[in-house]
Design a protein around this ligand. Structure first.
Ligand SMILES: [Zn+2]
Length: 140
């Protein structure tokens, strides 16, 4: 059941912009309604301005109005787990049970839950309460 995720992530990886690391990564995120968004890493000569494939895919999904992740699929060679920053961004739109699949381009993969990848995630109750899931901010 991961063929579509693999195809989207692989297509995204083929568009990765990684002239500095030569580490090409593609990601696909499946939202709770089944919609899938892809993303690739986009590096910048000012290194901190680079963005990972996972965050690109999530930004694509959120920009299209989606908020809840069901699965995350990441392709790299070799297969690699999301970085710490991406784990936190995944957590923003997931639960501890959200599945994260790490694959290589040939489709060999391993799976973990977000809870295993990011135990004791910084959660909303530890920040300012969020009263609204989507849409523009409330009028003041
Ligand atoms: Zn990352």
């Amino acid at each position: 059941m991961t063929e579509k995720l693999h195809a989207v992530a692989l297509a995204a990886r083929n568009r990765a912009y990684a002239p500095y690391s030569n580490f090409y990564v593609g990601a696909a995120v499946e939202m709770e309604d089944g919609t899938i968004f892809g993303g690739c890493n986009v590096e910048n000569i000012a290194y901190p301005q680079s963005i990972c494939a996972e965050r690109t895919a999530i930004v694509n999904a959120v920009s299209a109005g989606h908020r809840r992740l069901r699965r995350v699929y990441v392709i790299a060679e070799p297969a690699a787990a999301p970085c710490g920053g991406c784990r936190s961004v995944i957590a923003e739109f997931s639960t501890a049970d959200t599945e994260v699949i790490m694959a290589n381009p040939e489709g060999q993969s391993y799976r973990m839950t977000l809870g295993a990848l990011l135990p004791h995630a910084f959660e909303r109750h530890e920040t300012v309460p969020v009263v609204q899931e989507s849409g523009p901010p409330p009028e003041r």
